[in-house]
Design a binder for this molecule. Structure first.
Ligand code: FE2
Length: 316
């Protein structure tokens, strides 16, 4: 079993339903399964075996799914919970989501729907949302950066939204989409380490200035390295200025050597840099940007990604 396996605890008082859910999930890779037939046993297992994902029935004798979810979230606030509910208890499931349950599925369910819901919950487990502390750290650094260079105002959040859309349009799995969006959000934080004289210079940079600018992806990666939620974003951040032809920085790697997320962010970053006002020019019109993105196909940017991006933008 892979060390990334998601530990799932299935809870239902109906043995047939329990074994059905278990046998469906046994056809999927990456899950480590355990079962409980009542809420009390399940709660004991939540504490003893630390599952990542709890999938529970709502109507059970003694401790029902609602009480189980509440108690489980008290001992494990980070636990992802999926409730399986009959139509009669749908309102209860919706109420539970307001109190921290991730999702619900109505019974009887289609096998494909069940697998989809579980996979989606597992994606969240593998890529948990940012903690409040990490959000605060990143928010403060973002404010510091945008104070230092007002032309970067909202650049990162725009590039994150565009990178998310392009990743979805490329058909990437949910976890990958989340990680690329997250990497895009922090890709330029390292500009905090670049002097204002270089950031604000209106003319071409000389060699020393450009060398300093070329360090910013390295600084960005250094800044996020201590935050565990960014562990799988570091490479995308570090390489976001590489070019397909190898003439980028910091490492000058080529084509598919460049991490996928970095190639996606690069397209969106280029677009936003051209579309935004700079000290020395206004943001460019869409037709001019479109032409420049086409010219960058296969040299600076990955051709297929540019095509998908243009297609989306052309649709408005
Ligand atoms: Fe950058």
């Amino acid at each position: 079993m892979s060390p990334d396996a998601v530990k799932i605890l299935l809870v239902d008082d109906e043995p047939t339903v329990l074994s059905l859910m278990k046998s469906i999930l046994e056809t999927q890779e990456g899950y480590l399964l355990d079962v409980a037939t009542n809420g009390e046993d399940a709660l004991a297992k939540v504490e003893a075996t630390q599952p990542d994902l709890l999938i529970t029935d709502l109507k059970m004798p003694r401790m029902g799914g609602e009480a189980l979810a509440d108690a489980a979230l008290r001992v494990r606030p980070d636990l992802t919970i999926l409730v399986a509910t009959g139509n009669g208890t749908l309102q209860g499931a919706v109420e539970l989501m307001k109190r921290g349950v991730f999702d619900y599925i109505t019974k009887p369910f289609l096998v494909s729907d069940f697998i989809d819901r579980v996979n989606r919950a597992a994606d969240i487990v593998r890529c948990p949302p940012l903690s409040k502390d990490s959000q605060a750290v990143i928010g403060s650094l973002m404010t510091a950066l945008e104070t230092k260079d007002p032309y970067l105002k909202n650049h990162s959040s725009r590039v994150a939204a565009l990178s998310r859309q392009l990743s979805v349009d490329l058909g990437l799995p949910a976890r990958r989409v989340l990680l690329i969006e997250r990497a895009a959000l922090v890709h330029d934080l390292g500009k905090i380490g670049v002097s204002e004289a270089v950031l604000h210079k209106t003319g071409p940079l000389d060699k020393d200035e450009f060398d300093q600018m070329k360090r910013h992806p390295v600084y960005s990666a250094d800044i996020i390295r201590p935050l565990k939620e960014f562990k799988d974003c570091i490479q995308d951040v570090y390489h976001h200025h590489e070019r397909i032809d190898g003439k980028g920085y910091p490492d000058g790697i080529v084509g598919s050597e460049i991490p996928l997320g970095a190639r996606i962010i690069s397209v969106c970053d280029s677009y936003d840099a051209m579309a935004s006002d700079r000290p020395y020019r206004r943001g460019l019109p869409w037709n001019a940007i479109r032409q420049m993105l086409i010219e960058a196909r296969g040299s600076q940017l990955q051709s297929e990604f540019v095509d998908v991006f243009l297609n989306r933008m052309d649709q408005g």
